[in-house]
Design a protein around this ligand. Structure first.
Ligand code: MN
Length: 243
């Protein structure tokens, strides 16, 4: 497989994982062929009040209908005015050096929120055995992963995101990005495919947790969809080289 084909399949692959995690009836192949180039807010498979008491309804509504919707609109507007309509947000991030900071901010804002919504669920679930084995291998234990992730969020100054990623060598790693950057970007400090993320912008938690961001991070662990994250890991792992 040449580099170009490989990158294309990796990009389509991750898009497919997110689509499939929504149990879409459409096959990923037919969906990508039929995409009309318009970025849309994802349909959430849970209601805004179903993550209570961990995440409150008001914050989620504003987060989705105002913040994420705004990135979605801005990215569509930019795609039209700058002529990149039909390019997936993830592909833009993967080729970040070809785009302006403004486009990256909006593409990251759009894409990162999609990962965030798909990282959480109102249904409690456990990591798959395969994923647990990878966590044990790379972190020592599930608790060590949580501890490491928690510490990483504390190191983010200002707005940003903390991620669990699958890196080039197939290893699970924790990393953070500033503003709306993504670990798949060319200049990422730790590069990899996103498995889950937490939004650390104040708008994500300030209404409920005020300035105590650590309470929000603790709450997050109660709503992580390990089922979806395990599935994403399974699909990406079987692609062998993922980025
Ligand atoms: Mn946000």
């Amino acid at each position: 497989m040449d580099k170009r084909t490989f990158i294309k399949s990796a990009v389509l692959g991750v898009a497919g994982v997110f689509v499939l995690s929504f149990k879409s009836k459409l096959k990923a192949a037919s969906l990508r062929n039929s995409w009309d180039g318009i970025y849309r807010l994802p349909v959430l498979p849970y209601s805004f009040n179903s993550l209570e008491p961990w995440f409150d309804e008001s914050s989620l509504k504003i987060h989705y209908h105002q913040h994420h919707a705004s990135y979605t609109k801005n990215l569509n507007d930019l795609a039209k005015s700058q002529g990149f309509k039909g390019t997936s947000a993830f592909k833009i991030l993967r080729n970040s050096s070809k785009y302006s900071d403004l486009v990256i901010q909006q593409a990251g804002g759009y894409f990162n929120h999609n990962v965030f919504w798909r990282s959480i669920s109102d249904k409690r679930s456990k990591p798959s055995e395969e994923f647990i084995a990878a966590i044990d291998r790379d972190f020592g234990s599930f608790d060590a992963l949580k501890e490491s992730f928690y510490k990483e969020t504390g190191s983010v100054f200002g707005s940003g995101w903390t991620w669990l990623i699958l890196d080039q060598s197939g290893k699970l790693r924790i990393t953070s990005t500033q503003n709306n950057d993504n670990p798949a970007m060319e200049n990422a400090q730790k590069k990899g495919m996103p498995l889950l993320c937490i939004d650390l912008w104040e708008h994500a938690y300030y209404m409920k947790n005020r300035n105590v961001r650590s309470d929000y991070v603790s709450a997050y662990w109660n709503v992580v969809s390990w089922e979806k994250v395990s599935h994403r890991y399974h699909v990406l792992k079987n692609k062998k080289s993922v980025i």
